[in-house]
Design a protein around this ligand. Structure first.
Ligand code: NAP
Ligand code: 8YV
Length: 318
């Protein structure tokens, strides 16, 4: 007699191909379909051995504790700032996530934002569409050069290192700030974040989110970056003091910014919408067909390996 497939609770709507694949191997229930989540969890929480979630949704201690027989969490994304790892560890629940497979696309997008903010690509596109070029009385404003400039990276991890390698092709000088120097990294470690900002023409933020990095980029760091410096944030909105950034952009105390992430997504500060010195994206850094497929595969593979062999392809660090 074969045993029934493990029962999984899914916190959010996932890509249809992943939902179909999960449904082919597991008994999946979508929590988002429940009108009364606490009542559902009180009645059925004990049925689930696995939880499928994402970096955007995560899993808090209340949810984890509402699933007394939970053994594994598989998260779509690399960020763990919304997943209560301590609560999972306390309960002996292992956590799988999707590192590395998204490095290329997030690094590519960081360069896209750098080029757009510096050369005004989005602003120039808006200018052409509104007929500004045809009726021009003065030329479109000059941008700033990216090739050969100084790139400061805040968070030289998997993605930060990929960004640093991309910079070689742009003949940029690279320095970085982490809490600890990365052994063997060929780029100079700058122990002071303000000094890195003062040195850099472009400051790219790709440190992990969470309490430890909240508002790491504050008014002082922005002032150190100065009126010729550009900020790019592809990590988490929480890493930047958004109110301070808005003031710095409005007052032109920094040259510009490229932002994929915000403090209260999907809310974008109203003041930014009218500014041409900032590029605003809806958290799309990993959003390509290829990368999202690889992330889906990793979500599935983590679960399959856990239930067949008791281990994960990509275990989150506790
Ligand atoms: P990772 O390999 O863990 O790298 C994170 C880096 O942050 C490490 O180098 C770490 O170095 C540094 N860091 C942590 N705390 C710091 C602090 N207080 N000050 C300075 N540096 C600090 O992670 P990853 O895979 O590169 O991903 C990085 C983050 O990117 C994710 O956590 C996620 O939030 C974000 N992300 C965003 C998107 C998007 O769609 N926009 C997509 C993927 C990832 P130390 O420990 O030495 O300080
Ligand atoms: C995801 C991300 O698109 O991996 C992460 O941490 O921020 C993005 O790749 C998104 O968070 C999925 O929920």
């Amino acid at each position: 007699m074969t045993s029934p497939p493990p029962r999984l609770l899914q916190t959010l709507k996932l890509m249809p191909a992943l939902e179909a694949r999960l449904a082919s191997a597991f008994d999946v229930h979508r929590l988002a379909d429940e009108a009364d989540t606490p009542a559902f969890l009180a009645a059925h929480g004990g049925e689930f051995a696995g939880l499928v979630t994402s970096a955007a949704v995560g899993a808090n201690a209340t949810l984890i504790d509402a699933l007394p027989n939970l053994r594994v969490i598989s998260s779509f994304g690399v960020g763990l700032d919304k997943l209560d790892l301590a609560a999972a560890q306390r309960r002996g629940v292992v956590v799988g996530y999707t590192p590395d497979v998204l490095n290329d696309c997030v690094a590519d997008l960081a360069f896209g934002l750098m080029l757009d903010a510096a050369r005004g690509l989005s602003a120039a596109d808006r200018y052409v569409r509104r007929g500004g070029w045809a009726g021009a009385t003065s030329p479109f404003p000059l941008g700033r050069k990216v090739s050969g400039a100084k790139l400061g990276i805040v968070g030289l991890g998997r993605i930060g290192s990929t960004i640093a390698r991309r910079a070689t092709g742009f003949e940029m000088s690279v320095r970085y700030h982490n809490r600890r120097p990365v052994p063997g990294a060929p780029w100079m470690h700058e122990p002071s974040l303000s000094e890195l900002a003062r040195w850099a023409d472009y400051l790219v933020v790709i440190a992990a989110g969470g309490a430890g990095t909240r508002h790491l980029i504050d008014a002082d760091v922005l002032d150190a970056l100065g009126p010729r410096g550009f900020l790019v944030n592809v990590s988490r909105g929480s890493v930047v003091d958004e109110a301070a950034l808005v003031r710095a952009l409005v007052d032109k105390r920094i040259a510009g910014a490229g932002l994929d992430v915000f403090e209260n997504e999907p809310r974008v500060p109203q003041e930014l919408l009218a500014l041409d010195n900032v590029v605003l994206l809806p958290h799309i850094a990993s959003g390509t067909v290829e990368t999202r497929q690889a992330m889906c595969d990793r979500v599935f593979d983590n679960l399959q390996l856990f239930f067949s062999e008791g281990r994960l392809v990509s275990p989150a660090p506790f």
